[in-house]
Design a protein around this ligand. Structure first.
Ligand code: IMP
Length: 192
């Protein structure tokens, strides 16, 4: 029996001070990652790719994704944060350690989840000035109704979701919950 199949919809977990319920199973995530990798391998056949992993949230997704890429890749990291300890984007972004050697390279930004789209837009703006060959974005999840600009393009997305707050598979709530192997969504209920 798969580990996932024993998590019932009634199951609840606590992360920090909030309760979360099951949202996306581990096997569904694996399928989403497989599909994204297939698309990238197909679209970049014969090319090389620099994947730019946005820490900390995208580390789990990126480590699964890159092991399914069959094209030559290099891996770079940058740290971007807009949430702090809250469940809502602060709207201001801090970017640390952004690589600069992207000229003439195919750069793919790897995000865990696109919410307002500020993070990817700011990174794309910065990277564009460095004259890469191409810039694309791969995200496990996206919340289209939260995008604050209509031209927020996510080239490879595992699933579009409602504007709910999720944790697990790298994504955190107040720094916790990243190690969960499935995705859980914030529930209004409280655990007694
Ligand atoms: P954006 O800049 O508003 O698109 O926010 C993107 C970043 O916010 C992601 O890289 C995540 O770190 C974080 N984020 C957005 N939504 C969630 C969520 O539901 N759970 C956990 N982190 C999230």
């Amino acid at each position: 029996m798969k580990e996932n199949s024993i998590i019932s919809p009634d199951h609840r977990i606590r992360v920090h001070d909030r309760t979360f319920r099951p949202y996306i199973r581990k096997d569904e995530i694996e399928e989403m990652v497989r599909e994204i990798a297939l698309g990238i391998n197909r679209d970049f056949a014969g090319e090389e790719l620099t994947v730019l992993v946005i820490l900390k949230g995208a580390m789990v997704f990126a480590s699964d994704l890159i092991r399914q890429l069959t094209i030559p890749i290099t891996v770079e990291f940058t740290k971007a944060s807009s949430y702090g300890n809250a469940m809502k984007s602060s709207g201001t972004l801090s970017i640390e350690g952004l690589l600069t050697e992207v000229t003439d390279r195919n750069v793919m930004i790897i995000e865990d989840i696109v919410d307002t789209g500020t993070t990817i837009r700011e990174l794309i703006k910065h990277l564009s000035g460095l004259h890469p060959k191409s810039i694309t974005v791969a995200a496990l999840l996206s919340k289209p109704s939260m995008h604050t600009e209509s031209q927020t393009t996510v080239d490879y997305v595992g699933r579009e979701i409602a504007p709910d707050f999720v944790v697990g598979y790298g994504m955190d709530y107040a720094g916790q919950g990243r190690q969960l192997d499935a995705v859980w969504v914030a529930s209004e209920e409280t655990i007694a």
